[in-house]
Each structure stands twice: as structure tokens, then as C-alpha cells.
Design a protein around this ligand. Structure first.
Ligand SMILES: [Zn+2]
Ligand SMILES: [Zn+2]
Length: 237
């Protein structure tokens, strides 16, 4: 299955826009997060020859502007598009999706949204003194799974542990997206790398809000199984 990084904090080509945010398109039909603005989203989709009319669903990892920013403009173009969120986003999110022309679906628990694509359901964590709800995308290919994360505010290890309870015994070939470790000390990041290995995560591709130092530690720990991803990259998962 094809994965295309539509938006990220860095880009792999000159003709691709980048900035604070994340967006990834899976199988040319399920969009996971929408970056910071619809303008950048559409621009990069155009550069990557993405047919917006073929998108069948949008999954929003969590209710932060750098993941929801492009959604509202997209819904103007694609009225009736299903939008998967979590109950913890609150009623105002659902209301805005409806008002923008989208069809909201709340995934409290694990839910399949396409043949080989599903969402973890709500994973809760602490963020800036409050509680945050986040979900990740699970893609099944060749008997293994790939996990795509937005910001991992509840913790990347917590999210992967959730995936393991949903798919016990299934190998996780790749975890990619924002790991949100930019303010974490190196020792804690090393412990996270060890936990990911213990959980059997074969390859990692930290992006977006992971932080440069944390990325370096992941690269060190994972060696050739560290995968570099940036906006504009299209690869098979
Ligand atoms: Zn983010
Ligand atoms: Zn966030």
C-alpha cells in the first residue's frame, strides 16, 4: 500500500511546501491529518498528483491546529466526506465538521474504516496540565502492520502498546509520524527507543514534532532500520 507524506516540518523536494504540521495519505484514499492549512495541503497534493475526489475518508489524530488546519477547506471541496475523530475532541469539533459539510464519526474504540485500514480508537494522555485524546492509524499489509501517528501526546509507547492489544502477535513493521519528544531528555528518549524495540517495532520513521535530538537518538538505536521521512515522500508500506 502506498503512503504519501503530504505535509511535515521538512520537505524532501524544492516544489513541496513544509511547515509545522503533519499529513499523510494512505492508499490514495484515506487521509490522516491535514497539516496547518488547506492552502498548503492542496498545493502539495497537486505537486504529488493526488486526486482529491478519490479521498474516501479523513482521520484526525487529535484536535490541534497543525493537524486539523487543512480539514475545513477540504470539506468545502468534498461535502459529505467522513471525518473520524475521538469523543475527547469535544462537541465543538463535531459541530464544526458538520457545519463545514463533513460527516463526523467518533471512534472511541478500535474501528475498521477500510479493507486494511483501521483506527486505534481514543488513547488518552496528559498535555499541558489537561487531558488530550489522540488516535493513530493502523495499516495492514503483507501480514504485518504499520502504525501512523500524529503527535503521540499520550506517548508513542502507549500508542504502540494499544496497537499490540488490538493485534496481539502481529508484527509491527513500521511506526511513523510525530513522536513529540522535542522537550524530552536524552536518557528518556533512549528508554523509549528500548521500549519500542521490546514491543517488536521493526522500523521507525520519526517526523513532525519528534525533535532533532530525539531523531538522532532513534537513528543511533535503530541503525539501518531508521527511515527518514519528509513531506513529498511517497513509499510502499
Ligand atoms: Zn503536531
Ligand atoms: Zn499536537
Amino acid at each position: 500500500m502506498e503512503a504519501a507524506i503530504i505535509y511535515d516540518n521538512s520537505a524532501c523536494k524544492k516544489n513541496i511546501r513544509y511547515g509545522w504540521g503533519f499529513s499523510c495519505l494512505v492508499g490514495r484514499r484515506v487521509l490522516f491529518d491535514t497539516g496547518e492549512s488547506s492552502e498548503s495541503l492542496f498545493y502539495n497534493m497537486d505537486q504529488l498528483n493526488v486526486d482529491i475526489s478519490k479521498i474516501e475518508a479523513v482521520v484526525i489524530s487529535h484536535d490541534h491546529w497543525d493537524h486539523t488546519g487543512g480539514l475545513w477547506g477540504l470539506l468545502k471541496k468534498r461535502e459529505g466526506l467522513p471525518v473520524y475523530s475521538c469523543p475527547g475532541f469535544g462537541p465543538s469539533f463535531i459541530k464544526r465538521v458538520r457545519q463545514s459539510g463533513g460527516r463526523p464519526f467518533e471512534a472511541e474504540r478500535y474501528q475498521r474504516i477500510d479493507d486494511n485500514i483501521s483506527v486505534t480508537g481514543e488513547v488518552r494522555g496528559k498535555y499541558r496540565g489537561g487531558v488530550i485524546s489522540e488516535q493513530a492509524l493502523i495499516v495492514e499489509t503483507g501480514g504485518k502492520i504499520t502504525v501512523i501517528v500524529g503527535c503521540s501526546h499520550p506517548g508513542i509507547v502507549t500508542i504502540v502498546e494499544r496497537v499490540k492489544t488490538i493485534f496481539p502477535g502481529v508484527e509491527i513493521s513500521l511506526v511513523f509520524g510525530g513522536f513529540h519528544l522535542k522537550d524530552e531528555d536524552p536518557q528518556s528518549v533512549r528508554a523509549i527507543v528500548s521500549s519500542m524495540k521490546e514491543l517488536g517495532v521493526e522500523k521507525v520513521a520519526p517526523a513532525h514534532c519528534t525533535g532533532e535530538e530525539a531523531k538522532r537518538i532513534f537513528r543511533e538505536g535503530y541503525g539501518e532500520n531508521f527511515v527518514s521521512v519528509q513531506a513529498g515522500e511517497v513509499f510502499e508500506i
